[in-house]
Design a protein around this ligand. Structure first.
Ligand SMILES: [Zn+2]
Length: 303
């Protein structure tokens, strides 16, 4: 047991020092990081900074999220080909948002593109179109090549993939959207969280469920994991999860305090915004604070 524990610890120390030495934490360039043996995360890139993760097994590759354009997805494919020529057996979308699915067409010939059933429905419906339109207005290079390509395999609550000595549990929760999934790889004690966790960035809550999201954080926290790979931002240990959970709980508490005193949405935003702005001043996307407060205010006003 001691030897096993040491091996684990040594791996973790290596992981931390690799991040420090590579300058990965501060770089904004497209980059592939070997997070753990055979597990790689592509971070940053052109236009949007969503993460893509791939697992190389002896029987093929699993890709999680396909980035924002076919161009970006092709870059991921090139990164995979640096590691292996084995086929891509499964592609997984953690949720429907375009920065995680608009490269799907490049992986169309993988064995399956898997997502929660609500993610497929959103991508096929108005939400998918709305996302494409909102990204179009942001002038993302190569977006005009995107053909919205929905997942072709869906599930309701949970499914499990067994491939090349690994097991991947895909678990549905509602939080960031109504069709989120996260992935638990037991053999690597790793959680791939999609946008349920973003690290050192204010999350996008435009179609979020605050209370469910906090419950989802508890579900993630109950799994025996050492590595957390967020949807945006740097992978790391448990603090990556805790930072997100604390942000959500902080948002909830502050908004509820104002709401219970009968404050309007605007009064609540004016009271809560500066508190969050101060506490999270080192994080990205601070411009999203007002919509986060609004989302929480609306949700709790309906309860
Ligand atoms: Zn998202």
């Amino acid at each position: 047991m001691a030897a096993k524990g040491f091996k684990c610890l040594a791996g973790w120390v290596f992981f931390i020092s690799f991040l420090a030495v590579s300058g990965y934490c501060s770089a904004e360039d497209f980059k592939t990081v070997e997070v753990w043996k055979n597990l790689f995360t592509v971070v940053n890139g052109d236009g949007v900074d969503s993460n893509t993760t791939f697992l190389v097994t002896r029987d093929g590759v699993v890709v999680v999220d396909t980035r924002v354009t076919p161009n970006e997805a092709e870059k991921v494919l090139a990164e995979i080909r640096k590691q292996t020529n084995l086929p891509i057996v499964y592609t997984i979308n953690t949720h429907y948002h375009g920065d995680h699915t608009f490269g799907n067409q490049i992986f169309e010939n993988s064995g399956a593109i898997i997502a929660h059933e609500n993610a497929r429905r959103s991508l096929l419906g108005d939400s998918g179109k709305d996302y494409l339109n909102s990204f179009n207005s942001r002038n993302i290079h190569g977006l005009d090549k995107t053909i919205v390509t929905p997942p072709n395999m869906v599930f309701k609550d949970e499914m499990e993939i067994f491939l090349g000595g690994y097991s991947l549990r895909l678990i549905h929760v509602r939080g960031h959207t109504d069709g989120d999934l996260f992935i638990y790889i037991k053999e690597l004690k790793t959680l791939i969280t999609g946008d349920l966790v973003v690290y050192r960035k204010i999350p996008d809550m435009s179609d979020a469920y605050v209370e469910d999201w906090i419950s989802a954080m508890n579900k993630l926290g109950n799994l025996d994991a050492e590595i957390y790979i967020p949807g945006h931002g740097d992978p790391g240990g448990k603090p990556v999860l805790l930072a997100m959970k604390h942000y959500l709980m902080h948002l909830k508490t502050l908004v509820l305090n104002e709401f219970r005193e009968g404050k309007s949405l605007k009064e609540t935003q004016d009271a809560v915004r500066p508190v969050l702005m101060k506490k999270y001043k080192g994080w990205g996307n601070l411009d999203l604070l007002d919509t986060n407060i609004q989302r929480a205010y609306l949700e709790y006003s309906l309860k």
